[in-house]
Design a binder for this molecule. Structure first.
Ligand code: 3PG
Length: 213
């Protein structure tokens, strides 16, 4: 898959809803219920981080949920890409971008949302053909004002800021012309997941899905 095609597909995923939930799930047995709670609330694109031993099983379970579009986050290596793809992930997200990781995603036909924190990184990825990028860690890097400033000279890159984004500041990003959606974990907080409070998670998803952009 070319980087250009990958970016087209990633853009479509990012346009599904204003927020992509970032999920850290320890227990695959609750994965389908969690995915359904978010999808029902209006957040179909889900990022499952490869940060728990259960993550690949979680992706397998969530991939079977109607209406869900399940991706793998925290992709660091070529093996991560192969494992994520085999588990059923239809897109990938990474905190940064290395040539090896990009090669692996292109070779495995996994559309990647690659991470950047600086103008140079954004330019490098754009040179390779990636026009949709993750701004990470968004708040720590200066938040919406920093992303706005990067967008002035490089308006052709569209971003999904992630890291420290919440209901409180999501609107600051979503109002920027270069922000297509935001990523965040606030819609699936650990305490509600542990309590299996799917109605509360659907309520958070509904609130997030209604954010204007
Ligand atoms: C992460 O690093 O887990 C993601 O960037 C999500 O960050 P958040 O928990 O600040 O939303």
């Amino acid at each position: 898959m070319t980087p250009q095609h990958a970016s087209e597909l990633t853009l479509q995923t990012c346009l599904l809803a204003p927020v992509v939930p970032v999920l850290v799930v320890d227990d695959a047995s609750i994965a389908a219920d969690l995915a359904r709670a978010l999808v029902v609330g209006g957040l179909p694109a889900l990022e499952v981080t490869l940060r728990t031993p259960a993550a690949l099983d979680v992706i397998r379970e969530m991939a079977g949920v109607a209406g869900g579009v399940v991706g793998a986050g925290t992709l660091l290596t070529a093996a991560d890409v192969e494992n994520a793809k085999a588990a059923g992930a239809t897109f990938g997200v990474a905190p940064g971008a290395t040539d090896r990781l990009l090669d692996a995603c292109e070779a495995n036909d996994l559309p990647l949302l690659p991470g950047v924190a600086t103008a140079t990184e954004a330019m490098r990825l754009l040179e390779r053909g990636y026009s949709v990028q993750k701004f990470f860690p968004a708040e720590a890097n200066g938040g919406a004002p920093a992303l706005k400033a990067i967008g002035a000279p490089i308006p052709q890159v569209r971003f999904c800021p992630t890291g420290g984004v919440s209901l409180k500041n999501a609107g600051d990003y979503l109002s920027l012309p270069n922000t297509v959606c935001v990523g965040g974990s606030w819609v699936a907080p650990a305490n509600l997941v542990a309590a299996r409070d799917w109605d509360a998670i659907t309520a958070l998803a509904t609130q997030a899905a209604a954010l204007p952009r």
